[in-house]
Design a binder for this molecule. Structure first.
Ligand code: MRU
Length: 350
């Protein structure tokens, strides 16, 4: 099955969360049914589902699954909410950087506490809200796409890093959503996709979804971006985000910061595309964003094969933080934020 079938990356169906297993792409297209909160924790941690907005929805579904589990044995409302909070905290601990996960789980817990009535009323409320958040995500991405398409010049070649596409969201995408909207208006635009070591989301996922939409896509390795910028072959950069601090500093997949520096040097606009749920106004700057340290095997191995000396030291941060002064604009569902980001984010009143 191809992605063109318009299947959602994650969908609540038949009392479970159905998601595309992204660890198998592009070799195999398979969906898995996540039936328990424990399975959801593992699906997020092991990156069966990944990408900030998508793991937010996974978190929301996880709380719905947890509420169903608890309602089998607990009828007392206070006890139920206490146990649901514990399971929600557990789900939130699956990955630390993308704030959409915390945002969605907290939204579910707030609703659970506010819902009047029995435990069953709470279960129904969080299930319904999980479906609502899921459907809203696609609408938000399309709105963001419309705003973002305005900054794409005619015939532009756009560089993107990692996968901020339909696979990183419920559908359509953030950075790739902007590219989809721009392409719908101007089919002469082109994309350069960074491979994105170590997990290769650019190679495995971005090229897979863009080529299925017929959008001309060239795959490059991470170290090549300055070369192509210096040759005048890149007109702008658009990437997604995992967490944006109150001053606009933005955490995204490791390597994004390097792309932003290269863009600044070559005078190329550098845009972030992200929903408001990615903005964390509780932190003042990017220094406060927790950066996930991932398995060393992601660096030492490619497709199960060792690629380096066996006793070499490894460090593998999953994300880096691009300072706000390197960012031209942040494309959101409320429009494009411009520097000074501290003020433009404050004016959003989120
Ligand atoms: O580790 P991942 O694959 O979850 O990282 C994803 C990214 O960094 C994306 O670029 C980011 O979440 C934006 S997704 C719309």
């Amino acid at each position: 099955m191809s992605f063109k079938s318009k299947i959602k990356t994650i969908e609540w169906k038949d009392n479970c969360s159905k998601m595309i297993d992204q660890t198998l792409l592009p070799y195999e297209f398979k969906t898995v049914d996540i039936k328990t909160s424990e399975e959801m924790y593992k699906a997020i941690k092991n990156m069966i589902i990944r990408g900030a907005p998508a793991i937010g929805i996974a978190g929301a579904h996880g709380v719905a699954l947890a509420s169903m589990e608890l309602s089998k044995n607990i009828t007392n409302r206070d006890e139920f909410l206490k146990e649901l909070q514990k399971k929600s905290d557990y789900i939130k601990s699956s990955r630390p950087t993308a704030v959409n996960l915390m945002w969605a789980v907290n939204k579910q817990m707030d609703l659970a506490k506010k819902t009047q009535g029995s435990v069953y009323d709470i279960v129904n409320a969080v299930i319904e809200n999980g479906i609502l958040l899921e459907n809203e995500d696609i609408k938000i991405n399309k709105t963001m796409g419309d705003f973002g398409a305005e900054v794409v010049p005619k015939g532009a070649t756009i560089l993107t890093h990692c996968n901020a596409g339909a696979l990183a969201t419920v559908g359509y995408g953030t950075a790739l959503g902007v590219i989809r909207s721009a392409y719908a208006k101007d089919p002469t635009i082109k994309v350069f996709a960074d491979e994105t070591r170590p997990r290769q989301q650019g190679a495995r996922l971005t090229t897979w979804e863009l080529t299925q939409d017929g959008i001309p896509t060239t795959l490059i390795t991470d170290g090549m971006c300055s070369y192509f910028m210096s040759k005048g072959m890149i007109d702008l950069v658009i990437v997604g985000a995992d967490r944006i601090a109150a001053n606009g500093d933005t955490a995204n997949k490791i390597g994004t910061f390097t792309v932003a520096i290269a863009a600044k040097y070559h005078n190329i606009p550098f845009y972030i595309a992200a929903p408001l749920s990615t903005i964390d106004t509780s932190i003042n700057s990017g220094n406060e964003i927790p950066i996930e340290e991932r398995s060393h095997e992601e660096v030492t191995h490619i497709n199960g094969d060792w690629i380096c000396a066996k006793d070499v030291n490894i460090i593998n941060p999953g994300f880096d933080v691009t300072p706000n002064e390197l960012i031209t604009g942040i494309i959101t569902e409320k429009g494009i934020l411009r520097p000074n980001f501290k003020d433009s984010i404050k004016n959003l009143k989120i």
